[in-house]
Design a protein around this ligand. Structure first.
Ligand code: 6R9
Length: 655
């Protein structure tokens, strides 16, 4: 594919903004990158100064990717507190500066809120005291199931203040998914709200939490925040967060935590079984989030930063809350969706708050591109300086639209490749330092050593103009440390296939210039609107339905979502396929997992293509779902090749 290369000017961007010199130039990048891999201890010791330590570290890197001994520690003898780094240390200089701009779902009926660092301190201390009064102590787990409201950030920071470990569950997840996560990390408290308004609709969070808690230990408490004031039921385990915060003291000393104490658990989908609890720790994660936020977005003091993600995903953790607040930034927190009340909402918010850096996902860009340029053009976007993309590969068409129509050709686009597991950006261009290529994640961040491996042999592929699977050669501070309660699974998942390397699960290409292009997952993980979904999870939800005998789920190209969910379903003997049953299964999966997992297409499959040993041939199912059935490859090993003809003849029309 021929791509146009773009050199982004960094001066003179937007009449209303005094454009600063970028933090890192191309020359700085080359020198700093070389230093970061040559002598990581010196490099990261220097970067460690970005944080305020209670007890300074003397050791920097102590990590092993050795089979059987995967052990990752950074700054291990240092101590610190995350909330003190994100709030207290800014109070003297920026107590009255806005820390969080909260933008409600519907701007016609509610106003944005500006929360200063001092107010944030007050609310976080109060919430920390409320959690303590519910018996939460250092090391205890707290599940957060909240809308995108300031209380979500208060809750995260309140946990860090007292050393509790939070685990956020996206408010779009079902009661079953919530219950599994509460049990998975054995949480003491669940923080939720009455309702979650989003795109003009309301999710009954409290009632979902009630249902989830039916399957949890009796002593789990529920702390309820008022969002809409709508009616909810009330049980013995419920506590009124607003009333308790009103009464609580606004003083709460930050607890001293070791750098390697867990900060949070975040469940994420993999290719097999149940979602994994990804564990991030205190020092390395915070440092990496802060540093990438500053350098990758070229954030400068006084800038207004907006990441449109939800705090239920890692992007919200690192780039709505921890990175920006550690840097003393003003961060925008948006409760709504890109197209409500209309397709101009993102741009209205950018203009209203004079956003300088804007960070969103390709799926949103594609949806807004489809809505037409008028929605963008009627808003003054001259404050924008840097645009970001995350979650999936961005197709050049969407990249060009983002660049031309949103950025007016003046805003570098940082296409940031990273994962829940990596804590922060891994491959990304840097504004002002990188000549951009639409669709490429391009260069490693400092300290990150990507390698391309031949998928079957695991041999390192040297040189440029090559393709393979993406692995990372050595540790970086933001790396996940373990899977909660299952270190063996951590080793097996990420270090099992290619010994001595962290395996990302993604394929990639290194082009002639040495730039990296992510080609997508090589495992059974699909990426729907930038959200990770294990096909196995959807399959197990489907087969849990009484009328379903078997199911296989694959991704297929979808214009807006990137990938859609295509489910092949074999019914139990005696069950007849019908449109009603199709609806029933859609609703079923929504309830089992959540709306994001609802299959886009369900095909009735009298049989699935299997090898004689009984393995489903997913390659064939993928091809049929992609409408590419002329190139099915070898089907001779199938137990019953005829099922393929039936699947092709009855394939679903794709949207
Ligand atoms: C941050 C986040 C991780 C997976 C990852 C990859 C895909 C993320 C990307 C990208 C191409 C980018 N991905 N960013 N692919 N270009 N800029 O999304 O974390 O939810 O864990 O997903 O998303 O496939 O492996 P997570």
């Amino acid at each position: 594919m021929k791509t146009k290369e773009i050199t982004q000017p960094m001066g003179d961007v937007g009449a209303t903004v005094d454009h600063p010199k970028p933090h890192v130039t191309a020359k700085d990048y080359a020198e700093m990158y070389a230093a970061s891999v040559r002598d990581p201890n010196t490099f990261w010791a220097e970067q460690g100064k970005r944080l305020d330590w209670i007890k300074p570290f003397s050791k920097v890197k102590n990590t092993s990717f050795e089979p059987g001994n995967i052990d990752i520690r950074w700054f291990e003898d240092g101590t610190l507190n995350v909330s003190a780094n994100c709030i207290d240390r800014h109070l003297a200089k920026r107590g009255d500066q806005t820390a969080i701009i909260w933008e409600p779902d519907d701007s016609r009926t509610e106003k944005a809120q500006h929360i200063t660092y001092r107010q944030l301190h007050n609310s976080v201390c109060k919430m920390a005291n409320v959690l303590r009064s519910l018996g939460v102590d250092k090391g205890d787990r707290v599940v957060i199931y909240l809308p995108m409201i300031p209380e979500a950030a208060f809750a995260m920071l309140a946990c860090t203040r007292i050393g509790a470990i939070h685990s956020i569950v996206f408010a779009g997840f079902s009661p079953d998914a919530l219950g599994a996560r509460i049990n998975g990390c054995d949480a003491k408290v669940v923080i939720t709200a009455d309702f979650a308004p989003r795109g003009g609709r309301e999710t009954p969070l409290k009632s979902n939490a009630d249902t989830a808690l039916l399957h949890c230990k009796e002593h789990v408490k529920c702390l309820v925040v008022k969002r809409t004031g709508g009616q909810t039921t009330w049980t013995n385990r419920d506590h009124d967060c607003n009333a308790m915060m009103d009464e609580a003291s606004a003083e709460c000393a930050p607890v001293e935590m070791a750098a390697e104490d867990p900060l949070f658990i975040l469940y994420t989908s993999g290719s097999t079984g149940q979602p994994k609890g990804v564990v991030h720790t205190t020092g390395g994660y915070l440092l990496y989030a802060a540093m990438t936020h500053q350098i990758v977005f070229d954030y400068h003091d006084g800038d207004i930063f907006w990441c449109t993600a939800d705090v239920g995903w890692v992007t919200g953790h690192s780039y709505i809350v921890y990175g920006p607040l550690a840097n003393g930034a003003t961060t925008v927190m948006f409760e709504g969706v890109p197209t409500y009340p209309d397709a101009g909402r993102f741009w209205e918010v950018c203009a209203e708050h004079k956003v300088n850096q804007f960070y969103t996902a390709p799926t949103a860009i594609r949806a807004l591109m489809g809505a037409g340029n008028d929605w963008v053009e009627k808003h003054d976007l001259s404050s924008l300086r840097v645009l970001g993309s995350v979650g999936e590969p961005i197709n050049p068409e969407a990249w060009n639209w983002y660049n031309d129509v949103v950025g007016k050709g003046n805003c570098p686009i940082v296409d940031t490749f990273w994962q829940t597991e990596t804590g922060g950006h891994m491959l990304t261009p840097l504004p002002g330092a990188t000549t951009l290529k639409p669709g490429a994640a391009q260069q490693p961040f400092f300290g990150v050593q990507p390698v391309v491996l031949e998928p079957t042999s695991g041999d390192v592929v040297e040189g440029n103009g090559v393709e393979g699977v993406l692995c990372i050669k050595d540790s970086w501070p933001g790396q996940m440390r373990t899977v909660w309660g299952d270190h063996e699974r951590f080793e097996k998942t990420y270090f099992g296939d290619y010994k001595g390397y962290y395996f990302s699960g993604d394929g990639c290409r290194r082009d002639e210039d040495g730039d990296y292009w992510i080609t997508g997952r090589v495992d059974d993980v699909i990426n729907v609107s930038g959200h990770r979904m294990g096909t196995a999870e959807v399959e197990s939800a489907l087969v849990a339905h009484a009328k379903v005998a078997e199911s296989a789920v694959v991704g297929y190209p979808h214009d807006v979502k990137g990938q859609g969910i295509y489910a092949y379903v074999t019914l139990m003997n005696g069950q007849e396929p019908s449109d009603e049953l199709r609806k029933e299964l859609e609703v079923w999966v929504r309830t089992e997992i959540g709306p994001i997992a609802k299959p886009d297409l369900i095909q009735w499959a009298p049989g699935l293509p299997k090898t004689r040993s009984g393995k489903i041939m997913r390659r064939i199912l993928r091809k049929i779902a992609e409408d590419d059935y002329d190139s099915l490859g070898d089907t001779s090993t199938l137990a019953d090749p005829l099922v393929v003809d039936d699947l092709i003849a009855n394939r679903m029309n794709r949207r």
